[in-house]
Design a protein around this ligand. Structure first.
Ligand SMILES: [Zn+2]
Length: 568
């Protein structure tokens, strides 16, 4: 084996294990930046398995003391058009009867569901790999896969050609996913070896395979999400990459002290926490899959929590920060410990659910800019509530969590933080980027049914299977809602609209029929939230968060424009 093989293997190990916060070890700096004006987009149609860049990073669009800020070609794409490519090699669909859906399609559905729940700012190539072990690999497929993978995931810059020529990373021995800063110009990747996902052995029935497979698929997508959104500057919409990483990539993968971006227990515990949530939410939309018995998110959380309890109860010196970096021993319990810690945070404050799903990662770039090297700490303090008015420092949280989890037996502690399946399925996620497709892509189907969580009221609206789901939409875009004729959807700047003492918001709203309504969302610096509500019944609706405003003025229609609420 030549050196190149080991280098690539190392890159894969990192991507596999951590989701590609870093990856690689010999990025050669910003060479060639000066020629960016001559760079052409090599993949203007956002085709799958195709690179946008090869031999050089583009020039940063701006720079500051900490980051080079990039605007890559594919950032011209809308949220709706951001690709999730599904590239299949030698995979079979031996298990095809579950819910009547092929497993390759489950991959696509789970990834798309996650996209429409979290938002997505980078293109993703998903590689579904069949043959395992190596001896059964078809040589042609192997060569094709290696070429395709390296085409989009080789380190952009002077290493690109040699990575492309020498990459040999098939078969993959574990699932992986992420967004590597060295391949950042070409988007993210997910690796799903069939033998380790739906083809895995060791389970007593298909339900166990489904539970594990859904979680793995969602876990790898979550790595893409957390590791791409961490680079994102929401204000400038740039992908911001630390200069120190570019000049010394080793500090990302082999930090000698603090983690370079997230503590490992958040990286992996966060991905498992997110995956259990996302797989339960997705499964809830599928007929034929009983979320409580098949996905059983409560049991998945309990298993992780009790393992963490066992570890902390058994070692008085253990801290969360003991899991700040990947473990050199196997298994690595950062997954369980991190999940347990985030469950504790959720128990402490409902808002911390969203902190665990998106806000911590969203806040990292801004925190890192303010205090380089401490983004992992300061983003935590930006995101996680300690009580009604104060946030935790990471150290405070670590101390409180480890004291608390040791203060009772496993069942006692678990009973305090446990959530029901419905609480998990219906917990609201509010990402910082759009998560709702516009009308050209999808009509938002809204159903009304009896409430499953929360108090008060009778029927509630459900969107994507989520009770009173918060929608995150793009300012100025068009959205169409379909609804039952007895529960007409209207909009308001006041929660619950006319039932909440407000009026209907009418600018840009068209009542198409008694079962459809559309809205052109205001592009206004002052109207950043609307609420959807039922014109006939109180308490059914939810929130619409408006992001990506391009107008600095207020919407001319707001304020007095909303008369006649409930009159149509
Ligand atoms: Zn992971």
């Amino acid at each position: 084996m030549n050196n190149r093989f080991w280098l690539i293997f190392f890159v894969m190990f990192i991507i596999t294990a951590c989701g590609g916060g870093g990856g690689g070890s010999s990025y050669s700096g910003t060479s060639g930046g000066s020629i960016s004006s001559t760079l052409s987009n090599l993949n203007p149609t956002n085709a799958c398995k195709k690179a946008w860049y090869t031999s050089t990073f583009p020039d940063p669009s701006s720079t500051n003391t900490v980051f080079n800020n990039y605007s890559f070609f594919w950032q011209q794409s809308s949220f709706e058009a951001m690709p999730n490519c599904r590239n299949v090699y030698e995979a079979t669909n031996a298990i095809t009867d579950t819910g009547g859906v092929d497993w390759e399609d489950y991959v696509k559905e789970i990834v798309d569901y996650s996209k429409y729940t979290l938002g997505q700012i980078v293109p993703v190539n998903i590689f579904i790999l069949g043959a395992n072990p190596t001896s059964s690999v078809n040589a042609t497929e192997k060569a094709t896969y290696n070429t395709d993978f390296q085409t989009v995931q080789a380190r952009v810059g002077s290493s690109y050609a040699s990575d492309l020529a020498n990459g040999d990373i098939f078969p993959i021995e574990s699932a992986g996913g992420g967004y590597s800063f060295e391949a950042a110009p070409n988007g993210a990747d997910i690796q799903l070896p069939q033998a380790l996902v739906w083809g895995q052995s060791g389970f007593s029935n298909d339900n166990e395979k489904i539970q594990a497979s859904f979680k793995i698929i969602a876990h790898e997508y979550f790595h893409v999400y957390q590791n791409s959104i961490k680079f994102y500057n929401e204000a400038s919409k740039t992908i911001s990459i630390p200069k120190t990483w570019q000049s010394n990539p080793n500090i990302v993968n082999n930090p000698s002290g603090d983690p370079a971006y997230f503590p490992w227990w958040i990286e992996e515990g966060g991905a498992d926490f997110g995956a259990i949530v996302l797989s339960a939410k997705y499964a809830n939309t599928k007929s034929g899959i009983n979320v409580s018995t098949v996905i059983n998110p409560v049991q998945q959380f309990e298993d992780h929590f009790k393992k963490a309890h066992e570890l902390f109860a058994g070692d008085a010196n253990l801290k969360l920060s003991s899991y700040n970096l990947p473990s050199s021993s196997t298994p690595d319990y950062a997954y369980q410990v991190g999940t347990a810690a985030l469950l504790y945070a959720w128990y402490k404050d409902e808002r911390n659910f969203n902190s665990a799903m998106t806000k911590y990662y969203t806040d990292w770039q801004e925190a890192e800019l303010n205090r380089s090297g401490k983004g992992f700490e300061d983003a935590f303090e930006d995101a996680f509530w300690k009580n009604n008015t104060e946030y935790y420092t990471l150290d405070e949280f670590d101390t409180e969590f480890r004291t608390w989890i040791r203060a009772g037996d496993a069942n006692n502690r678990w009973a305090i933080v446990a959530k029901t399946a419905n609480q998990i399925i219906h917990a609201n996620i509010e990402p910082s980027t759009p998560n709702t497709p516009n009308s050209t892509w999808k009509t938002i189907a809204v159903s009304a049914a009896a409430k499953v969580i929360d108090n008060g009221g009778v029927n509630k609206y459900f969107i994507d299977g989520i009770q009173q789901k918060t929608l995150v939409v793009k300012a100025g875009s068009n959205y169409k809602f379909s609804h039952g004729s007895t529960h007409p959807i209207r909009f308001s700047t006041t929660a619950d609209g006319t039932h909440g003492g407000g009026v209907a918001y009418t600018p840009g709203v068209t009542v198409i029929s008694d079962t459809e309504v559309s809205i052109t969302v205001p592009n206004s610096s002052t109207t950043k939230t609307l609420y959807y509500y039922c014109a006939n019944h109180p308490g059914m609706g939810g929130k619409i968060k408006i992001v990506e405003q391009t107008s600095s003025g207020s919407n001319p229609g707001e304020g007095g424009g909303g008369g006649g609420g409930g009159s149509y």
